[in-house]
Design a protein around this ligand. Structure first.
Ligand code: SAM
Ligand code: SF4
Length: 317
């Protein structure tokens, strides 16, 4: 049974220890709590995006450090995917700064990239913007397992962050994707100036998809100079962990990923998030275009916590 907004509000009001104790118990019922998924990602088409997402360095509307790059060649993507595989990555996300997935030869090139990454044994996730049902089907046939399409924030806060598209159209695309055989990755960004109610509504909308998304990436805003949110301070760690705990209780079976912003969190914050129900991290150089922590630091953290990874049965101990 889905938790209502009132349920989520009630949970949010609990003392911190009570909240994370409850979410940990639910987490324990559905997952191996000392094991996490390692995810990798690569931006296959960077910058020059026509959308105006206020957090994003890839929007054509803002001047940021991101340089514009055309769609990468499939063989170059394959090299990175093979390297990711040697690190023990299981899920590999291909991201593109597109508003709408292109048609024609660019789409054929994309399918070739997906086929090659799939051939390495990695689970392929695509994060490419708005997509049609036919394109989703073609991606699936090429070997893509999961489509990432984030809702990012509540319907009320959405127009303060993005004006070039609507929350409703995004939600409709998710419902279309839900009818295909692709798995769904759908999450959001915390720390953009939204209220607690906005965060809870975001979690509620994501959890209402039926079946619930297989993966939920929880990004903490990485404030990037040149974007309208460039001066925002980093989210309070306890507020981040509270949303991890709420998301875990609202979506007991989903993989909950600590995505963008993790490089700005202490090991202690990450340990609390793991306890509360986070069970995936992105490793490697970057998550699309935002940095990730150094690989050795991540492996050291997991070792200290006595944690294993699902992929390749790598035992960090
Ligand atoms: N263009 C596609 C789209 O928007 O669906 C896919 C690529 S986009 C870079 C993927 C996700 O990255 C966004 O939905 C957002 O959640 C996240 N993201 C982008 N910039 C970020 C930032 N500065 N801080 C945190 N998350 C960010
Ligand atoms: Fe474009 Fe995606 Fe960035 Fe928005 S988040 S500007 S759609 S790349």
């Amino acid at each position: 049974m889905n938790l209502s907004l009132a349920d989520l509000e009630h949970l949010y009001q609990l003392p911190f220890n009570e909240l994370i104790k409850q979410s940990h118990e639910i987490y324990r019922q559905h997952h191996a709590v000392n094991t996490i998924h390692l995810c990798g990602s690569l931006s296959i088409k960077t910058g020059n995006c026509p959308e105006d997402c206020a957090y994003c360095p890839q929007s054509v509307h803002y001047h940021t450090y991101v340089s514009k790059e055309a769609l990468l060649d499939a063989d170059d993507v394959l090299k990175v995917a093979r390297y990711a595989r040697t690190l023990g990555v299981g899920h590999f996300c291909l991201g593109a700064a597109w508003s709408i997935v292109p048609k024609g030869s660019a789409f054929q090139k994309l399918l070739d990239i997906v086929r090659k990454v799939h051939s390495t044994g990695l689970q392929v996730c695509c994060s490419l913007g708005s997509i049609s049902e036919e394109q989703a089907q073609a991606l699936l046939e090429a070997g893509c397992t999961t489509y990432n399409y984030n809702l990012d924030t509540s319907p009320e806060f959405y127009p303060k962050i993005i004006t070039t598209r609507s929350f409703e159209s995004r939600y409709q695309t998710l419902q279309m994707l839900r009818k295909t055989k692709l798995k769904i990755s759908c999450g959001g960004i915390l720390g953009m100036g939204e209220s607690i109610a906005d965060r809870l509504k975001l979690i509620q909308y994501i959890s209402q998809l039926s079946p619930q998304p297989e993966m939920v990436p929880l990004n903490a805003l990485v404030a990037i100079e040149g974007t309208p949110l460039g001066q925002k301070s980093f989210i309070d760690p306890f507020e981040y962990v509270r949303i991890v705990a709420i998301a875990r209780m609202a979506m007991p079976r989903s993989i909950l990923a600590m995505a963008a912003g993790r490089h700005q969190m202490s090991f202690e914050t990450q340990a609390l998030a793991f306890f509360s129900g986070a069970n995936a991290i992105y490793i490697g150089e970057r998550i699309l275009v935002t940095p990730t922590p150094a690989l050795n630091a991540d492996l050291d953290m997991l070792k200290k916590l006595g944690m294993k990874t699902y992929e390749n049965n790598i035992d960090i101990r």
